[in-house]
Design a protein around this ligand. Sequence first.
Ligand SMILES: [Mg+2]
Length: 462
Amino acid sequence: MARRARALAANFTLMRWMRLDAGAVLAESSGFRANPCPEENSLSKIAAVKAYPIVAKLKNVQWTAQESRAEVELLLVEVVTDDGIKGYGQVTSTPMPDIKKWVERFGEEVIGMDALARVAVWEKLLSLTSPRPNLGGLSRGARPQIMGAIGGIDMALWDIAGKKANLPIFRLLGAENKPVFTYATGGYYVKGTKITSCADELAGFVKNGFKAVKLKVGGATMAEEVERVKATRAAIGPDIKLKLDLNAAYDLPACYEFAKAVAPYDIFWLEEPLPPADHAAWAALREKELVPLAGGEHEPDEEGFVDLIDSDCVDYVQMDVVCQGGFASARRLFNLIARRELRFAFHAWGTDLEILAAAQLGVCWADSVVEWLEYPCYTDGGKPGMYAFPLSADILKDPLQIEKGDLIVPREPGFGIEVNEGAIEKYPWIPGPWSFFRIDSPAQTLAVVGDHSVPWEGTAQP
Ligand SMILES: [Mg+2]
């Protein structure tokens, strides 16, 4: 009961901040006092919203504890103003046909709106998700896809705002430029590799300058997982921060056992140790104080994040700007996280555009609040890089600048690096399985195709 009361109070506080935040942003975008708000006929108005699904096949199928991945799908969102400014956003979520449909449908709703009125656009789109008699409304069940679509448009409007003002986004938000601390993620399971190959892979990240790394765990037996963690700690040395991402591999008793077994290897956090919706189990695990916990990447909306925070589930809140509500949701959550004296870490498993967007936003908060930015890696000839798909870098015209694990935030307008529109033609979307998983009863391999799973008997066996 007390928890529910706290959650209600937090929701009320969040709604108040939403309004305060809206006022601040509107004042900022209108140039209050210094420059009168432009007349209606001189605004940059939203003229078009386009959605481009693209796909990149992986060289090798990769697994986490929960699922495999054969390809990477994403939606590039392009918003064009009536005075010719283009802004881009990204949505990384599934099923892709639904995401595309939501972006296009929302696009119709915002055509003609002031392109700088990001808050008004966001609130209009979210309000459509609250079904009311005689007012229509969208399916609540599609909330994760809807939040991704709203976030993609929101990102593109921030890009436009920066280009319109001839400033990078972090300057619009009042930040100074500083390097953003990143951590490198790897250790996916790949068929035909030895169980401890992760140790060499993560040691490669360290060799390339990263000072913190994250290892995927939970896909093998617990004894093998402890062996992987032990080998990785030995390979990276004692000074590198080591995080473990379980992808909800265990139930609560198994999680206790795993946390106790790996605690001697100086683990910085356990990420998504349990099923994402079971906040009570997370709180029970955290009470044991074995290893700090991180999570949030699967919260469907802001209410989910508020409950995660209020239920004392985590030490580090994670959120992904390309599938969980965009900049608007992130900004509100940062305030809440700061007040609860928690820490935030960006989740990212997509492209350089996603990393760049998170960096432009994250650099605007104190390190004590927004502490980490995830940089998904693979080892390719000793060079640092993203997953084994070239699209991740090809989506931008210039590479990201990373020095000793720190991302140098570019100073050009908008996101700071131009999106490479050629990626749209180079990586056309082709419907097909992007993931495989196994079930035990009956023993079967399934492929995820669009929005449903089908028995898989193809040649690309996981
Ligand atoms: Mg994760």
